[in-house]
Design a protein around this ligand. Structure first.
Ligand SMILES: [Ca+2]
Ligand SMILES: [Ca+2]
Length: 227
């Protein structure tokens, strides 16, 4: 009889502890959810009936999804100034007046800078397409064209990059220019290997783009054993 009572007490205590642990878990869950729900985040509020009245607001995390669902943007409006102020004119810079969330007036907008730094292109702006940098001339003749011999069986030629080439054409051969071939734009050197040490090799170069090619530089020579 005493043993049965002890077991009942033990079960009571165990179930009580279980209830306490579960209860604490539920309470802590509510507390943490409440804390998380009270965290504030920025959204760029865009009123559906007056979208030009966009402005940054701080909302609780619980309300974030509702705002995003009706078209607000995730973050301060400053992150989206270019999009919010888009005047559909690709040649004007769309931005807020510094320190505000108001778009720069149309008449005050700066033009997009289309200068690509390349004197061989004419730079312009199309209101739909944006910047256009049109090639109008063949590249200039490459400069500082020179040759050296890293070994008795090779010659390294090098030159300065021109501003507007899309490829270079190289010519070379023993004693005279026997062969030409193309290397990509921006290349500034080429190594010829498998040469004979006692033979004088000749090299030339010109730069090309969609408009045409420069004049050939003029032949330079190099004998691998004495270049
Ligand atoms: Ca614009
Ligand atoms: Ca240009």
């Amino acid at each position: 009889m005493r043993l049965i009572i002890t077991k009942v007490r033990y079960r009571m205590r165990r179930s009580n502890w279980f209830a306490v642990v579960v209860g604490l878990g539920v309470v802590l869950g509510f507390v943490s959810f409440g804390i998380a729900g009270n965290t504030k985040v920025n959204v760029c509020h865009i009123p559906p009936d007056s979208p030009w009245n966009f402005h940054t607001i701080s909302v609780s995390e619980n309300a974030w999804f509702t705002h995003i669902a009706h078209g607000d943007k995730n973050g301060a409006c400053g992150l989206f100034a270019e999009q919010l102020c888009d005047d559909k004119h690709a040649c004007t810079i769309d931005a807020f007046i510094p320190g505000t969330e108001s778009c720069i007036l149309m008449a005050d907008r700066d033009p997009v800078d289309c200068d690509d730094g390349n004197p061989a292109t004419v730079d312009s702006c199309d209101t739909v397409l944006g910047c256009i940098n049109q090639m109008v001339a063949a590249p200039p003749v490459p400069t500082n064209f020179s040759a050296s011999a890293p070994s008795t069986m090779s010659v390294l030629i090098s030159w300065d990059d021109t501003p507007s080439e899309t490829y270079y054409e190289l010519g070379w051969g023993p004693s005279f220019i026997a062969t030409t071939f193309i290397v990509p734009g921006d290349t500034t050197s080429y190594l010829f290997t498998g040469l004979s040490s006692g033979i004088s090799y000749h090299f030339d170069i010109r730069a090309c783009n969609a408009i045409g090619c420069s004049a050939w530089h003029g032949v330079i020579g190099c004998t691998p054993s004495s270049c």
